[in-house]
Design a protein around this ligand. Structure first.
Ligand code: NAD
Length: 428
């Protein structure tokens, strides 16, 4: 690996400290009221539950689950549920705060939350996953609800997980209210009350903002090259949509390794391989590369779509792209960001670039409330309008305040949140 940058801004900082530093930077840029700033430094509530689940062999295992509710001044708490063996309190706190900024940036009437269970879902059977999900939902009890806190899928969870959550929640309350509480989670299957376009929404939204960036820069996506880290929901949908626009996905890395093909990997075929084999390793229309070579891929566009803290003092100096489009939450640490800036690499930050997911979740929640079913064209058109408006707001703020894109996005969110705190005051 290349040597670390001497101007180290974040080595040793954990993900929550990075999120705090990002908030502090934007607070300074807009001279945020210190009282509002203080409130936003910590989540409103932190729920940790330890719950037992029966395994297929009859034994019981104890699981640790989290639901962190960062802020709800703009509307009900909203944010995903992550199943991953590295889930920890500070990670979920950071992810919850990022949801607050994201909803406020997109001007969606939601606050921010996040949750998760610390375990590797790949090691459990479908029946065990169902029992873990249902018991977790039961443990959350009235801490979630369609007007209070609305979970959605994130890493390691999907539409099936959400349908189990919805069903458990529905069956825990009055049976006459069953259909009134469908909106307790979003990201459900279409048949159980989901929205058209929700599955691809994060990848689709990412491509919409990338198209705005390309227009502003006079860059053509047709013929552009792309490297993607993570080939799950976000990475694989972004790849498929970009391929349809004529871009060529040349490198993909996931938890099983990295593959490269200068002629372009076939996103649909690769997604099918991942579905069958569990990862990109073993895909035979490509050569295997290591992590260092993956970050050094000669590609115009780099899309992190896996874990946090991937673009760092070690990896950022290797990167050759023109733009980083953050599909993942928090993929770039402070040092990585400084290096990208100094090298003239643009960053489309997570709170904007992956906001397509929460935006279509909002559409799903609206459809559930109104008992409506929108067409895919309608969903995509509305998503496009909201993503391009948020991109324009971010860029206007970046130019006005002479700040980077991430700080600009935060500035807009914080301004909106501050206005509401000023209007409402602090009870009592
Ligand atoms: P997913 O579970 O569908 O896929 C995760 C991917 O990350 C997989 O390809 C996995 O192999 C890869 N991965 C895991 N560990 C890795 C490692 N150590 N190195 C390289 N790759 C690794 O998850 P997803 O829903 O696509 O979420 C990916 C990211 O996007 C997360 O940061 C999530 O918070 C963010 N996000 C997701 C949504 C959504 O709607 N699903 C919305 C906004 C943001």
């Amino acid at each position: 690996m290349a040597a670390r940058s001497k101007k180290s801004a974040s080595p040793g900082m954990n993900v929550f400290e990075v999120a705090q530093a990002q908030l502090d930077r934007a607070a300074k840029a807009i001279d945020l009221d210190p009282d509002v700033h203080q409130i936003l430094t910590q989540p409103k509530s932190e729920l940790i539950v330890n719950f037992p689940v029966r395994m297929d062999d009859g034994s019981y295992k104890l699981f640790k689950g989290y639901r962190i509710q960062h802020n709800n001044i703009m509307g009900p708490y909203k944010g995903g549920i992550r199943y991953h063996h590295e889930v920890h309190l500070d990670e979920v706190k950071a992810l919850a705060a990022w949801m607050t900024w994201k909803s406020a940036l997109l001007e969606i009437p939601f606050g921010g939350a996040k949750g998760g269970i610390k375990f590797d879902p790949r090691e459990y059977s479908k029946l065990e996953l169902e029992r873990i999900t249902r018991r977790f939902t039961h443990s959350l009890g009235s801490n979630i609800g369609p007007d209070y806190d609305i979970p959605a899928p994130d890493m390691g969870t999907n539409a099936q997980t959400m349908v189990w959550m919805m069903d458990t929640y529905m069956n825990s309350g009055a049976h006459t209210l069953k259909n009134a509480v469908r909106g307790v989670v979003t990201g459900k299957s279409l048949t159980s009350g989901g929205s058209r376009g929700r599955e691809k929404a994060t990848g689709q939204g990412l491509v919409y903002v990338l198209q705005e960036w390309a227009r502003e820069r006079g860059f053509t996506l047709d013929g552009a090259t792309v490297a993607i880290q993570g080939f799950g929901n976000v990475g694989s949908h972004a790849a498929r949509i970009l391929a349809r626009l004529g871009a060529s996905v040349v490198a993909v890395q996931d938890h099983t390794g990295a593959v490269f093909n200068p002629e372009g990997l076939h996103p649909k075929r690769l997604a099918e391989h991942v579905r069958l084999k569990g990862g990109v390793a073993g895909y035979d229309h490509a050569t295997v590369i290591d992590r260092e070579a993956f970050f050094a891929t000669d590609a115009d566009i780099f899309i992190p779509a896996a874990l946090e803290m991937q673009i760092t003092g070690e990896t950022a100096p290797l990167m050759k792209c023109k733009v980083v489009v953050e599909g993942a939450n928090g993929p770039t640490d402070l040092e990585g960001e400084e290096i990208l800036q100094s090298r003239g690499i643009d960053v489309l930050p997570d709170v904007l670039a992956n906001a397509g997911g929460v935006t279509v979740s909002y559409f799903e929640w609206l459809q559930n409330r109104r008992a409506e079913t929108w067409t895919l064209e309608d969903v995509d058109r509305r998503l496009h309008t909201m993503m391009t408006a948020a991109y324009a707001t971010m860029r206007r703020m970046a130019v006005e305040r002479a700040v980077d894109n991430r700080t600009a996005a935060y500035c807009h969110s914080l301004n909106r949140i501050q206005t509401v705190y000023r209007e409402r005051g602090i009870f009592p």
